[in-house]
Design a protein around this ligand. Structure first.
Ligand code: ADP
Ligand code: ASP
Ligand code: MG
Length: 429
């Protein structure tokens, strides 16, 4: 007998017909091949598009909305789908019940709209599993110490699933979505993207953090910390599909496990594992900032105090009169706030002009192979130059190179790089 957490995303839960298919997958997973019964916890997202709809209601009601009330509204989408899935399972003769975030409870810090799970009280859940009941948990939501509803940030149901898997020591956390695994890049952009049998936690963490939204970044960090075995796979399958226990999707595993797969010939080691893009950042340029100690601190301190994440930063070489331009990126959703904060402090910082641009994209190549091989960045710059794509900024980490380009060139850049690193799937005749 195994204990398995199954998470279903928004498109998998979009409407009663799709929920019936999900219930069918859950019911089949409960019955192991050897006749025993697996223990099953299901974590669900709201129906596709529902959370966006709820966010818009909040904006219409009050543009400066209180994050605590925002959480009350946006958490409701998952309450609906968890109840509907429990009802559908019951209709199929499977004992099932929903457990809302506050009922378990899933305890989080108080940071509304971007809370972090602190602890999950799993006793009631374990008793239900022991009694053969399927537990259905709405993803994305938790409860603060003040007893108020919290949410975990967009895409947070992945994190709910991994946190529950860690709390009940599940054998596996299967993330069911609308693609059948993690690909070398978004398969909706590059038709010849290749499905990966496995990705290391470290690589998946980088890929998610630079825009591969197939998993929420925080869920990968948590899985890595807690050693949760994660599989990404499709819910759009028929009754003849390979069972999840035979691992048809993509496994997220440790580097040690990956090395073993490579040694056993189950995986080929690539220099670059994947390519991701992110169109959600905006660029800010401050011109003619005094080139002296403390200037950069004066710019970034207020942004940090306002919890605005700064990503790429370039400080140009100082020019005449001891002045320099400073360029950096912030999330597009924080651009107006960042601009207002910087304008307020114009005298303290001492810049000349503030220039902003939301029409940019970040393209990143990721791979642990980079740790030991030179030339990945050079290949990237050459391939982009050959297609006339201009690079506006560059950042690197041990296993990643990112460039900022014009947003209109995003799809072209991803395709060009996918080919340049030899990632395209062989064409079948
Ligand atoms: P869910 O609603 O199930 O959580 P998401 O929309 O959050 O699904 O994530 C799945 C989507 O992630 C896919 O439809 C795909 O377009 C996108 N995606 C981006 N990068 C990748 C990648 N490297 N591999 C697979 N899917 C990717
Ligand atoms: N429904 C939430 C969202 O759309 C959480 C999730 O689906 O993971 O962000
Ligand atoms: Mg998602």
């Amino acid at each position: 007998m195994a204990r398995i957490v199954m998470k279903f995303g928004g498109t998998s839960m979009a409407g009663t017909e799709r929920i019936r298919r999900v219930a069918n997958i859950v019911r089949r997973q409960q019955h192991a091949a050897d006749g025993t019964r697996h223990e099953i916890v299901v974590v669900v997202s709201a129906m596709a598009g529902e959370t966006d709809r709820l966010v818009n209601f909040c904006r219409e009601a009050n543009p400066l909305y209180d994050p605590a009330e925002y959480d009350v509204v946006v958490a409701s989408g998952e309450q609906v789908t968890s109840g509907l899935l429990a009802l559908t399972l019951q209709a199929m003769g499977c004992p099932a019940r929903s457990w809302l975030g506050w009922q378990l409870p899933i305890r989080t810090i108080e940071a509304h709209s971007r809370a972090r799970v602190e602890a999950i009280e799993a006793d009631a859940l374990l008793r239900a599993l022991d009694a053969g009941e399927i537990a259905v948990i709405p993803g994305f939501q938790g409860m603060s110490d003040q007893g108020r509803v919290t949410t975990l940030g967009r895409g947070g149901s992945d994190t709910s699933a991994v946190a529950v898997a860690a709390a009940i020591h599940a054998d596996r956390c299967d993330i069911y979505t609308d693609v059948d695994g993690v690909y070398t890049t978004d398969p909706r952009i590059v038709a010849r993207a290749r499905k990966l049998k496995a990705v290391t936690y470290e690589e998946m963490l980088e890929l998610a953090s630079v825009g591969a939204k197939v998993l929420q970044t925080r869920s990968v960090g948590l899985a890595m910390k807690e050693g949760v075995r994660v599989q990404v796979l499709s819910s759009f399958i028929d009754d003849n599909a390979t069972p999840a226990d035979d691992l048809p999707g993509t496994l997220i595993i440790s580097e040690g496990e990956m090395n073993q797969m490579v040694e056993n010939g189950h995986m080929e080691r690539q220099l670059v594992t994947g390519i991701a893009h992110d169109k959600n950042e905006a660029k800010i340029i401050l011109t003619r900032v005094p080139d002296r100690p403390g200037s950069v601190a004066n710019i970034f301190q207020p942004l940090s105090a306002a919890s605005i994440n700064v990503d790429m930063i370039i400080q140009n070489v100082g020019r005449d009169k001891g002045e320099t331009d400073v360029t950096f990126t912030v999330p597009q959703t924080d651009l107006l706030r960042a601009q207002a904060l910087l304008e307020d402090r114009r005298d303290v910082i001492g810049y000349n002009r503030i220039i902003t641009d939301s029409h940019i994209a970040k393209i990143s190549v990721v791979g642990v192979g980079m740790k030991s091989h030179a030339g990945v960045a050079a290949t990237m710059f050459r391939a982009l130059a050959d297609r006339g794509i201009n690079i506006q900024a560059i950042t690197t980490s041990e296993i990643k190179v990112s460039v900022m380009i014009d947003e209109d060139e995003t799809e072209l850049a991803v395709r060009v790089l996918h080919s340049a690193y030899g990632l395209d799937e062989e064409e079948t005749a």
